[in-house]
Ligand binder design. Structure first.
Ligand code: KMH
Ligand code: ZN
Length: 288
């Protein structure tokens, strides 16, 4: 059984700082969380950034500064979210790639997202995939519902393998409007994975633990973090992201699948071991 890649998703775009005061929103808070999470077993970080007002932003300079700071102060694989917030325009979401992260998320279809809609048109997905191929950015294919795995097959058939040559999927389960976060659904998803693909899984809110146990049992990897859950147990708020990573790492060890180092995770995902600097990124594109 392989070791376990643990991704931390520390912030997301949904929680308000006013409601969740321990949510990392400044660059300083993000780097500090990242360092703590690396220490207890994370090897990749899935990043949504916030502006000075603590609201989600895709500001290009902030993205570049964030990539540079995380590279400088951690060994984590830096994955930027191309999903952003449900209100972000496609052009801004495409321009995220100009910050040249190691990896970026790439969602395989439109899904109801609570009271909102998380929009991912086919042409937009193809554009994200092609730009990541051109720039050597390794995608993580985010799957919110089973039909999105059919879209992934269509994408790979029509447009080829991603940068790095390896397909890695993240099952985001338990979103209101997406697939349920339970063992049966996780097993159903596995039958639809492209051959040779690796997968991680995360369960939103109270589905966090069942999804984590099911993913570990099925040989998968884990994503945890305050983007996905702010509750540690019934009636108990999460203290910080490291608490969630430490729990995932502990369960992985119990399952005889200890956390991977960032270098082992790079090897698995096909992420370039020589990180590029954000300073070498091309001038900001309009994303069109
Ligand atoms: N914030 C959600 C609308 C991703 O990061 O790629 C989308 C999301 C997925 O979180
Ligand atoms: Zn995200």
């Amino acid at each position: 059984m392989p070791a376990t890649l643990i991704t931390v998703a520390p912030t997301g775009a949904e929680h308000a700082k006013a409601d969740v005061p321990n949510l990392p929103v400044t660059l300083e808070e993000l780097v500090s969380t990242a360092r703590d999470c690396e220490r207890v077993g994370a090897s990749m970080i899935h990043v949504h950034i916030r502006g000075a007002d603590a609201k989600p932003t895709l500001d290009q300079q902030r993205l570049r500064d964030t990539v540079a700071a995380l590279r400088e102060q951690t060994s984590l694989i830096v994955q930027l979210s191309s999903g952003g917030a449900v209100t972000d325009p496609e052009a801004d979401r495409l321009a995220v790639l100009d910050a040249l992260p190691d990896s970026a998320s790439c969602t395989m279809g439109t899904v109801n997202f609570g009271d909102d809609v998380f929009m991912n048109r086919w042409e937009f997905i193809v554009e994200l995939h092609k730009r990541m191929q051109e720039r050597g950015i390794v995608p993580e294919y985010e799957i919110f519902d089973l039909g999105q795995l059919a879209t992934l097959h269509r994408l790979l058939d029509q447009h080829g393998l991603p940068a790095g040559g390896h397909v890695h999927v993240d099952l985001v389960m338990g979103v209101p409007g997406g697939m349920p976060g339970d063992a049966e659904t996780l097993v159903a998803a596995l039958r639809l994975l492209p051959e040779g693909a690796s997968f991680s899984a995360t369960g939103i809110g109270r589905t966090s633990l069942p999804v984590m146990f099911a993913a570990l049992a099925a040989g998968g990897h884990l994503r945890v973090g305050m983007e996905d859950t702010i509750s540690y147990a019934r009636g108990e708020r999460v203290k910080d992201n490291a608490q969630l990573v430490a729990r995932a790492a502990g369960l992985a060890r119990i399952g005889q699948r200890p956390p991977m180092t960032p270098d082992e995770a790079r090897e698995l995902l096909g992420v370039n071991v020589t990180p590029r600097t954000a300073a070498s990124a091309p001038a900001r594109s309009t994303g069109g």
